[in-house]
Design a binder for this molecule. Structure first.
Ligand code: B3K
Ligand code: ZN
Length: 874
């Protein structure tokens, strides 16, 4: 496969003003008639260049230029492209292609999912539908006529407004859609199916009435309300916070079962993975509800950050994704608890994005090259990209940031632009110089910020020496220092915040400062301090960096209960737990567990004055994945054992407190979905899980009772998980069986059922995983099912996956090869755990590498998998 470079970007030689599409949908295929109004791009230097249209898996039926059919010698059908060597300045091109959606297992382009036709065109799927200049800087107005059998496909949808419809012969019908906004082909969408329609309306800030519609299979009609409300909240929020009003008269959401990712922001017609939009009290957990709210908002927000202003090329992907993730996380923070949302985002970033940044696929937020763009829908583009925008927000403050985003939308409306254009708008609106800041887009790797402190008691001066260093990543060495906003404060021995006086004369300095790090090394001094303070560093995780400071356990315990920054309280608890677990790795079974850890948790459990949502988060021990990420050379079974020991020790020590916490928080009365109720359910399920880890008999009763009587999925699944992870084997079997019987006709719940087993250290050993793959509800063609068994096993059940005999690795390699033939995007995502082989102790890494080499040697590797496997072996 070829490598594509940002440095080789050229403006398109031809522009498309208008696209007229006609789809004839049949059971054995679809005929696509496309008429393009094309003109030479005046900005292109390539006068007289041939017309180049991308294509993929298309059967060409005919090409005509300005109405005359072209003879075979007048064009070249290269398979991956249609080239017409000589074309006038301006012309119409008519292309007819035949495609087979019913055989499309890649789920890119036009395909069928549970009997309906649907599309996924980002990034390069439109070329699987017809020949087209399939790049985001070619923006055109689309008109789409869909023809299909009326009985089987009563609902026919595309982007924009429906402008005509009617009956055809043989029981067929058609609908024509017109999208007034020019858009890149990746935002094109089409849906045809037998779907029920859920209607609602939204009145915009300027008083326009928008028609809101959800289309789902009839069995899902009762699972739409939450997403519909989330959509309305998102629309209002984007008006209030960003001044962005919706632009079309209709906004549609469709749910499909087979989808490679979460959802897609097609103009006016968002298509969602069923699991990211359908929910009811009975079938969705709190985490699912929150995910749905965030994704609905994310896709909606793309209407401005992505659709109205789009990307010039795919190297700029984070322009829309980083900004939109930042926007959706602001939204979720506003809808619930900002501290809890921050904790969740940082947990994901530090566990998974830091690992990516330290691995073979590390790349900058704006990559400089790729082989397959699908491989670059990464945590770095999304989550780190969002952190970069968050830092700009923090540097500029609310008001100037809003001025910057207004300028960005105004200046670039209807254009395809770059991350640099975004930063420029922020600079121009605020007057701030962000030139050094731009390195965040160019340099890969997670900066390490190390902090040393000193205290001069005579002078009352406390000093911080702060150094930054950015590790080498593939293809990038010797990096320059970046512009890092570093929020901090100081506490006295009673836990009171101290004024930060940075010169001897200053008296009432602020209680918090954002230090701007721009050099490899800085020194900051704080004056007027009568005693040595305790530093609170990188508050609210003000930059995506690793902080190194020699915290003592005393300091962490102190910060855990005194830091005024909620995020840092949680973080101090995490660091303490990490320290305790790490110190036990590889020690004998009877080694003592730091007793102050249980004391600290007891305090948390019993202090009703604390924010219970924060307490619920603080009680979650650092995950194995995070511990692995922090390790130099991970020995997973040893890490797993150490963490289990700490968990069991805590459960043993805190038995009565956990039971009391459970009783106190157990839900009384009607089910609620507010932050308080969510926190209470989380506390109960954590308490239950801990107690069940030591096979506590009272907890067993409670778990069985909760499992039987739960009136919502969070509690039912919490009890199931506790039973599955306990030593009560008979209860586990029974609970799994009855759960499945009850929900076997609900794919979203069956996915939860699979993943509870696949993630369980008790139940999820390889032989059982193999059985799950044989289960009648498992389906290789459905990405959600594959992820909930294979993905969860390799990504979350670390001790089982890293079985010293290598069986987990061989298993994953086998599944990846099998999937590569049907769905390369899924295969290439699934292989990720193996690509991190260098991270593990030698006995493991050699076997992981061997498994990867096995994949490398497979015949017909897809470009997706080729890139990932070769880069990780390089
Ligand atoms: N933009 C889509 C992702 C498309 C992924 C293509 N492989 C969803 C989103 O980020 O909103
Ligand atoms: Zn997105």
């Amino acid at each position: 496969p070829q490598t594509i470079y940002l440095s080789e970007y050229k403006v398109p030689a031809y522009l498309v003003d208008h696209v007229d599409l006609r789809f004839e949908l049949f059971e054995d295929g679809a005929r696509v008639h496309s008429t393009l109004s094309v003109r030479r791009n005046p900005e292109s230097a390539e006068a007289g260049a041939p017309l180049f249209l991308h294509g993929d898996s298309l059967k060409l039926e005919s090409v005509a230029l300005n109405g005359s059919v072209l003879a075979a010698g007048d064009f070249e059908d290269r398979g991956d492209a249609l080239i017409v060597p000589s074309v006038p300045e301006q012309f119409e091109l008519q292309v007819v292609t035949w495609i087979e959606p019913q055989n499309n297992t890649r789920l890119e382009g036009l395909y069928k999912s549970s009997g309906m036709f649907c599309t996924q065109c980002e990034a390069e799927g439109f070329r699987c539908i017809t020949f087209y200049p399939d790049r985001p800087d070619v923006m055109a107005r689309f008109r789409t006529r869909i023809e299909a059998d009326k009985g089987a496909y009563p609902v026919l949808l595309s982007n924009g407004n429906s402008v005509a419809q009617g009956e055809l012969e043989n029981g067929r019908h058609f609908v024509t859609w017109e999208d007034p906004f020019p858009k890149p082909a990746y935002l094109f969408a089409l849906v045809a199916g037998d779907l029920v329609e859920k209607k609602n309306t939204f009145t915009t800030c300027s008083g326009r009435n928008i028609d809101l519609r959800m289309y789902v299979e009839p069995r899902n009609a009762q699972k739409c309300d939450f997403a519909m409300d989330a959509l309305k909240r998102s629309m209002r929020w984007d008006e209030d916070v960003y001044g962005r009003e919706y632009d079309l008269d209709i906004f549609m959401i469709v749910a499909v079962d087979d989808f490679n990712m979460g959802a897609m922001e097609n103009k006016g017609l968002n298509i969602f993975n069923s699991s990211c939009v359908l929910a009811s009290q009975d079938t969705a957990t709190d985490a699912t509800f929150q995910r749905i709210e965030a994704i609905v908002a994310h896709e909606y927000f793309h209407n401005w950050s992505g659709n109205r202003v789009t990307c010039r090329d795919w190297f700029q992907l984070s322009l829309k994704e980083g900004f939109t993730v930042f926007r959706d996380s602001q939204f979720s923070a506003d809808m619930g608890s900002p501290t809890v949302k921050r904790i969740e985002d940082v947990t994901l970033l530090r566990t998974a994005q830091f690992a990516e940044d330290a691995g073979p696929m590390a790349h900058p937020v704006r990559p400089a090259s790729y082989m397959e763009i699908s491989n670059f829908y990464t945590l770095t583009i999304y989550e780190k990209g969002a952190e970069v925008v968050r830092m700009i927000h923090n540097l500029l403050g609310d008001e100037l940031f809003r001025k910057g985003s207004d300028l960005y939308f105004e200046r670039h409306d209807g254009q395809a632009v770059t991350t640099d254009d975004f930063v420029k708008a922020m600079e121009d609106a605020s007057g701030r110089d962000l030139s050094q800041f731009r390195l965040w887009y160019e340099q890969a790797g997670t900066p390490v910020v190390s902090v040393e402190d000193d205290y001069d008691a005579d002078k009352g001066v406390y000093g911080l020496t702060i150094r930054q260093n950015i590790p080498d990543t593939p293809g990038q060495t010797g990096k320059k220092p970046q512009h890092i906003p570093f929020a901090m404060g100081l506490l006295d021995s009673k836990g009171q915040p101290l004024p930060l006086n940075i010169s001897a004369g200053e008296q009432d300095g602020p209680l918090e400062r954002v230090l701007e790090l721009t050099e490899a090394e800085h020194r900051f001094e704080f004056h007027g301090l009568a005693e040595r303070p305790v530093p609170s560093l990188l508050r609210d995780f003000s930059a995506p960096v690793r902080v190194q400071y020699p915290w003592s356990r005393e300091q962490l315990l102190f910060l855990m209960s005194h830091d005024p920054d909620g995020f840092n309280r949680w973080d101090a608890g995490q660091r303490l737990a990490v320290d305790v677990i790490q110190s036990l790795v590889g020690t004998p079974e009877q080694a003592e567990v730091e007793p102050r850890l249980a004391d600290a948790y007891r305090k948390l459990l019993n202090d009703a004055s604390l924010d219970q949502a924060l307490v619920a988060k603080m009680l979650l021990l650092p995950s194995e994945a995070y511990l692995v990420e922090l390790a130099e050379q991970a020995d997973v079974p040893a890490i797993h054992a150490a963490r289990e020991r700490v968990l069991k020790h805590l459960a043993q020590e805190l038995k009565d407190d956990l039971l009391a916490c459970y009783q106190r928080n157990r839900e009384q009365g009607d089910y609620q979905l507010g932050p308080d109720a969510i926190a209470r359910r989380s506390l109960c399920n954590t308490a239950l899980g801990w107690l069940m880890s030591i096979d506590d008999e009272r907890a067993r009763e409670l778990a069985l009772e909760q499992f039987r009587s739960a009136d919502n999925m969070t509690d039912r699944l919490g009890a199931l998980r506790a039973l599955v992870n306990s030593g009560f084997a008979a209860d586990r079997e029974q609970a799994l069986e009855s759960f499945y019987q009850r929900f076997s006709d609900d794919p979203q719940v069956v996915e939860l059922w699979f993943s509870v087993q696949a993630s369980s250290g008790q139940a999820g050993q390889l032989p059982h995983i193999l059985q799950l793959l044989e289960h009648p509800a498992f389906d290789w063609k459905n990405p959600n099912k594959v992820r909930s068994v294979v993905g969860v096993f390799a990504g979350q059940n670390l001790a089982a996956f890293h079985n010293p005999d290598g069986s987990g690795y061989q298993f994953l390699a086998g599944q990846v090869c099998r999937l590569d033939d049907s769905n390369p995007q899924i295969a290439s995502r699934l292989v990720t755990p193996l690509t991190r082989w260098r991270k593990f102790a030698p006995a493991y890494s050699s076997q992981m590498k061997a498994a990867l080499e096995g994949i490398r040697d497979k015949d017909n590797l897809s470009r997706d998998l080729y890139e990932v496997v070769h880069k990780s072996l390089a």
